[in-house]
Write a protein that binds this ligand. Structure first.
Ligand code: 13P
Length: 339
């Protein structure tokens, strides 16, 4: 695939009014989500849940792409259509999570690096044949006493850049996700410093691996107060600090920034995105790639029962539309309440 085609896909992922649904929960993560509604993580339940989300009427108005897990990319919907094909028919691009998750870094207590580079070239070729247009790799950065270290940021940035280069070689747009966790009692100022350092190192590594910036999407965390910090910053402060950090560290050549929600409530994630887009214009599109903030209210309404599919889909559609409105800074509490 040419650079122009990579750029076309990257721009379509962050098209105006649209964002990405992350539905790529690993086996461990989906089990935790299903535990919360007291249902078993069986193959049938996982399929039924993803079917409920992906067949929601009108979702293509707000969703440009869906990130899938390996199993889901190979699963058929209730009507027998393979999930990637079902999405593509609606004009939604299928994507794939390709990392193998974080492991401890030896001699660096409390820090992890993401694995999954071995054999990645071959896996990307197969994913492309199965219809994946883009991919995701998540790095996890923890803030704590004396961490993150430079070694941790460098190791994760290097892996992200190696992954991104391999994706582009395979004609797949890489979503580069360095997540700074919101867990901890750190201040928002510290989160801002760590986020900026993380992004600077990540982009230095991307440059070193000759990653084509126009053909990628960045998926960062927002700059927020640590979950256990006594001072929880308000919506405006989160928006201003996040934008300041991004302006300093993210080249304007990148088409778009699609935030993760990271454990924020569904409404907070929408409010923060909206506040950032109110401040624009920005050098890049400012969009979303949420998992929990898009799915949680629908998951709770679904409860694993076929009879609840319609109600859960209405809730999912509403969340997607609220975030679509936040893409242009036109989200309001009236819109939220109108559901
Ligand atoms: P959350 O929006 O739930 O943080 O998930 C996004 C994601 O894809 C994590 O890798």
């Amino acid at each position: 695939m040419s650079k122009e085609q990579l750029e076309k896909v990257a721009r379509a992922l962050v098209a105006k009014g649209k964002g990405i649904l992350a539905a790529d929960e690993s086996m461990g993560t989906i089990k935790r989500r299903f535990d919360s509604i007291h249902i078993e993580s069986s193959e049938a339940n996982r399929r039924a849940y993803r079917d409920m989300l992906f067949t929601t009427p009108g979702i293509e108005q707000a969703i440009s792409g869906v990130i899938l897990f390996d199993e889901t990319l190979r699963t058929k919907a209730n009507d027998g259509t393979a999930f990637p094909e079902l999405l593509a028919k609606k004009g939604i691009m299928p994507g794939i999570k390709v990392d193998k998750g974080p492991v401890d870094i030896p001699s660096f207590p409390g820090e992890v690096v993401t694995e999954g580079l071995d054999g990645l070239r071959g896996r990307l070729k197969e994913y492309s044949e199965l219809g994946a247009k883009f991919a995701k790799w998540r790095a996890v950065i923890t803030i704590g006493d004396g961490i993150p270290t430079y070694t941790c940021l460098k190791a994760n940035g290097h892996a992200l850049a190696r992954y991104a280069a391999l994706c582009q070689e395979a004609g797949i747009v890489p979503i580069v996700e360095p997540e700074v966790l919101l867990d901890g009692n750190h201040s928002i100022e510290r989160c801002q410093d760590v986020s900026e350092e993380t992004l600077r190192i990540t982009f230095a590594e991307l440059a070193e691996q000759r990653v084509y910036l126009e053909g990628m999407v960045l998926k960062p965390s927002m700059v927020v107060s640590g979950k256990d910090n006594a001072r929880q910053a308000g919506v405006e402060e989160v928006a201003e600090r996040t934008l300041r950090c991004l302006r300093r560290a993210v080249p304007g050549a990148v088409p778009g920034i699609a935030f993760l929600s990271g454990g924020q409530s569904a409404v907070s994630a929408t409010e923060h995105l909206n506040a950032m887009n109110k401040i624009g214009p920005h050098p890049w599109e400012v969009s979303f790639s949420y998992a929990r903030a898009l799915q949680d209210p629908a998951l709770k309404a679904w409860k694993g029962e076929a009879a609840n599919v319609g109600a859960a889909q209405k809730i999912f559609y509403h969340r997607a539309k609220m975030n679509s409105a936040a893409r242009s800074g036109s989200y309001t509490s009236q819109l939220e309440a109108a559901s």
